[in-house]
Design a protein around this ligand. Structure first.
Ligand code: ADP
Ligand code: MG
Length: 578
């Protein structure tokens, strides 16, 4: 095992490396954030593990990250004393991409730089971003608690392969040495690195240390040398002092008023793997019986794997400031799976596991509270920043539509968040809310009318709409796959029945005049013979033939019985082989 072996990257890694280096070049400085983020994760994981096994600290419980550089050798080094990795973990984590849906993500890449850039940002490149600026990366690592002889050196030029060998490593944790590409020497510079650490990693919980910058002209520390104290070993005389360059306090523990938008944004990038800024954030501290702090973000764009049921989701869970787990998915319902953030609770025991979480009644309480927080945040966004809400709805509207069926308690609140295209706006943009609809209802109108169709044009041109147009009654146009399913769970909103215009008898209520009714009765009498003949001809194919008043231009249309499955639902069922 000690001998050096050379292994090939998983195919997906090779593809990603290639694309990433080109697409992210204009964003190259993010490599530092990614590597510090990993170092911080590793330190936080160790702290959690050490709660049950203090030996892992190896007598050094002072968790930190160190960034250093060598301008002559053109290297930048990021070091942590976190959990570290053993040989097989190194091969797994730094040679493959374990994420589900990787292949489909890669398939979506187009070669168009700006589009790909965004996709890659959503996918998250993590460790591999080191190769944007480095022609060679060396990773020295040793798992906490493992013998000194079980250190590992992973090294690669980011082409197709990496080498791996076992060697002695005295300290636990991971040291990553970047050998900068020609032209990237600018990063081997103290003030540049300091600026980047402060910009991108200010409010991670771990201190990021760098050598104190010697004031100009005193680099050699002449005074110390002149004094020549015998007791001090020469090495110690020159021993440079480290200082913490970031704030090193977890962002959510600060007061809202002390946090800038920029700081919220950078913290979002640290926890979300997203390169873009969030759309909005809610930060709350709650005291009393249930004590928690939550920092919840709505992303601006949907992740590439939003529809993958196994995709990781959930909040980062901290208990009394200690990181416990990523993707804790017990704290929000599935229809809010796009929310990123942190929950830090004082009501849970640090001994939790995913299994225990599922049974702890405090988790249910937190879930109820956090769900409400998110719905309030979205309600506020819709009210105060309608343009942003449009962006939100485009990205996540179809996920929210799972909500009314999944979360009965919050049904009204969720329904207020829904947006549809409508005959009123005459555009396919989903901007009409149920409340908007009600505010425009005709005198005497008691129902909210809607039509479900495969696409906007079919919906808009549906013959079922003719009578509504004639009467000037608005109809909501639903064209998404989930619409019919969602509507099958919804019966009314604020006391108004939701009525599919293709189903059952239409009672247009008091919008019909006496004259209308008389004319209709006349028409029924006149057509009696025709109706009989049609019934005879079509008897195998239809359950009834009726004279209709809903059409003004078209001669006939098909109507479903009130409790029949809708056309769209039928197609979904048929496609599923039922
Ligand atoms: P992510 O951080 O999203 O998991 P990365 O590509 O950034 O993805 O890192 C891949 C994995 O490599 C991490 O999940 C972790 O297991 C491992 N890793 C990376 N850096 C370190 C480190 N400094 N210490 C320990 N493990 C690390
Ligand atoms: Mg990472």
């Amino acid at each position: 095992e000690t001998q050096k072996e050379t292994l090939g990257f998983q195919t997906e890694v090779k593809q990603l490396l290639n694309l990433m280096i080109h697409s992210l070049y204009s964003n190259k400085e993010i490599f530092l954030r990614e590597l510090i983020s990993n170092a911080s994760d590793a330190a936080e994981k160790l702290r959690f593990k050490a709660l049950s096994n203090g030996e892992l600290y190896e007598n050094d419980g002072d968790l930190k990250i160190t960034v250093s550089f060598d301008a002559e050798a053109k290297t930048v080094t990021i070091e942590d004393n976190g959990l570290g990795m053993n040989r097989s973990e190194v091969i797994e984590h730094l040679g493959t991409i374990a994420k589900s849906g990787t292949a489909s993500f890669l398939g979506q890449l187009t070669g168009d730089q700006s589009k790909d850039n965004q996709l890659i940002g959503q996918f998250g490149v993590g460790f591999y971003s080191a190769f944007i600026v480095a022609k060679q990366v060396d990773v020295f690592t040793r798992a906490a608690g493992a013998p000194v002889s079980e250190g590992v050196l992973w090294s690669s030029e980011g082409e197709g392969e990496f080498s791996i060998e076992t060697l002695d490593k005295a300290t636990r944790g991971t040291q990553i040495v970047l050998h900068l590409k020609d032209g990237e020497e600018e990063f081997a510079d103290g003030s540049r690195l300091r600026t980047l650490v402060r910009k991108y990693s200010d409010h991670i919980a771990m201190p990021v240390m760098m050598l104190k910058e010697a004031p100009l002209g005193q680099e050699e520390s002449e005074e110390d040398l002149a004094e020549g104290e015998e007791a001090k070993a020469p090495k110690e005389v020159a021993a440079p002092e480290l200082e913490t360059v970031n704030s090193a306090t977890a962002l959510w523990t600060l007061n809202k008023g002390d946090i800038s938008e920029e700081e919220y944004n950078e913290f979002y990038k640290h926890i979300s793997h997203d390169f873009g800024n969030p759309l909005t954030v809610a930060h709350n501290r709650v005291e009393g019986n249930l004590e928690y702090t939550s920092l919840l973000y709505v992303p601006e764009t949907a992740p590439y794997d939003l529809w993958n049921r196994d995709a990781p989701r959930g909040l980062k869970l901290y208990i009394q400031r200690v990181f416990v787990m990523d993707q804790a998915d017990s704290f929000l319902p599935l229809y809010l799976r796009f929310i990123k953030g942190v929950v830090d609770s004082n009501n849970l025991s640090l001994n939790v596991s995913r299994e225990i979480l599922q049974k702890d009644p405090n988790v249910d309480k937190l879930r109820t509270a956090l769900t409400k927080r998110v719905l309030d945040m979205l309600t506020k966004l819709a009210k105060n920043e309608p343009e942003k809400y449009v962006t939100f709805w485009k990205a996540f509207g179809s996920v929210i539509k799972e909500g009314p069926a999944e979360d009965y308690t919050n049904r009204e609140k969720i329904m207020k968040l829904l947006r549809f295209a409508s005959t009123h706006t005459n555009s396919d943009a989903p901007t009409t809310s149920l409340e908007d609809y009600i505010s425009r209802m005709k005198e005497g109108q008691t129902k909210i009318y809607y039509v479900v169709a495969e696409n906007y044009n079919t919906a808009k041109n549906s013959p079922h709409l003719e009578i509504f147009r004639k009467k000037g009654i608005e109809v909501l146009l639903m064209t998404e796959r989930v619409d019919e399913w969602m509507m099958s769970h919804l019966f009314d909103f604020e006391g108004k029945t939701l009525q599919n215009v293709t189903k059952g008898e239409l009672e247009l209520g008091e919008t019909e005049t006496e004259e209308d009714k008389k004319a209709q009765e006349e028409a029924v009498k006149e057509a009696a013979g025709l109706v009989e003949r049609l019934k005879e001809r079509l008897k195998e194919k239809v359950s009834d033939v009726r004279v209709t008043h809903r059409l003004t231009d078209s001669p006939a249309c098909l109507v479903l019985n009130a409790y029949d499955m809708g056309a769209q639902m039928r197609q979904i069922m048929e496609a599923a082989g039922q």
